[in-house]
Design a binder for this molecule. Sequence first.
Ligand code: HEC
Length: 392
Amino acid sequence: MEGYIFDWLNLFLRWFHVLAGIAWIGASFYFVWLDLSLEKATPENEAKGIKGQLSAIHGGGFYEVAKYQLGPPSMPHNLHWFKWEAYTTWLTGFSLLTVLYYWGANQYLIDPAKVAFSQWQAIGASLLYLFAGFAVYEALIKSPLRNSNKGFASVLFVFLVFMAWLADQLFADRAAYLHVGALIGSIMAGNVFFGIMPSQRELVRAVTAGEKPQAIYAVLAKLRSTHNNYLTLPLVFIMISNHYPMTYGHEYAWLVLAVIGVITGLIRHFLNLKTQGAGVKPGYLVAAFLLTLALAAVMAPKPVATTGAVINSDQALHITHLRCAECHAGQPTNGMFTSAPAGIILESEVQLLQYKDRMISALQTNYMPLGNITAMTDDERAQLLGWLKAQQ
Ligand code: HEC
């Protein structure tokens, strides 16, 4: 029953989280595009304090949008804010983290071969990791470093790579990537909550009081908004990374993530320059493409040296019975699963052969057994791989 409730909570929260994330990222992409696409205001608009404007057509209607230099002369009757998209994404994301990685800590968060945490220790380490990471970002953005785009970007990148390495030391592979994602997501939601919102409230206060808003508030909000813009692409990769054990299960998973961060950053920069009207600079896209090819080539799995005689099918089944069947059975005995995970049952030779390729990939990347909860030995892994590869 516990596993069944776990599955439904997991499903609902993931669905909600993705939906909220689409709304947040969608709105954020739209406003970045809007800002970068503004055309010079007409003289009449300029006289009203408008900085730029643009026309668009969407869904069968014409739109005319204008952005004020700082604020309108008087407070509009109805002002739309965009904050709940961000807050909902963070809240559902944190709930999903709690269900999947805290409740299911033994399966998903802890890898006893890295650190043999108890469930509560692992939860403590996870919370501390996220909180400390977030605090460092907030300290950085309040420091003079924020005045230098390149300086800030470099320091933040090095810091995030360090955090990826640290997560890799502490948590199970998949959880390690997810923690970098949760940290980036928290930084982004924090940018809205602790930076953009207070700045906007100050702008609104000034306009309501009939004062001229101070430019610094707009500048600070814009800076945080730009950081969010660059963090989105790597974050979306991490959100879907659980489907790609070849990335997070790699021996140097943190380095793989760093390179993917660079690739997605290049793509984001290309898009921003293009929207800004700075011209299409294909060099960035080409660099991203070449780097992806190079990464794929470097990551290509090396043939595992299977020494000794190939085991027979009974011995192979014995290994899967010991190390896999607690989950991958018609009736799993592991309390977290009410049915075979991914629909994969590994109880007969026919079934092993049916899932041969996926088993090879899951075993080679150390993805399976999940969190090595069944304590599979390296010998058993090599033997099972040897048998799987010998089957035609
Ligand atoms: C603690 C439970 C557990 C154990 C033990 C376990 N698995 Fe899994 N396995 C899972 C779960 C959960 C998934 C689905 C993961 C996901 O959603 O990405 C999965 C998925 C898989 C997949 C599909 C991966 C893919 O997406 O192609 C394969 C193959 C697999 N397991 C093989 C094995 C093998 C082989 C063993 C034993 C050596 C094993 N598993 C042990 C829980 C387990």
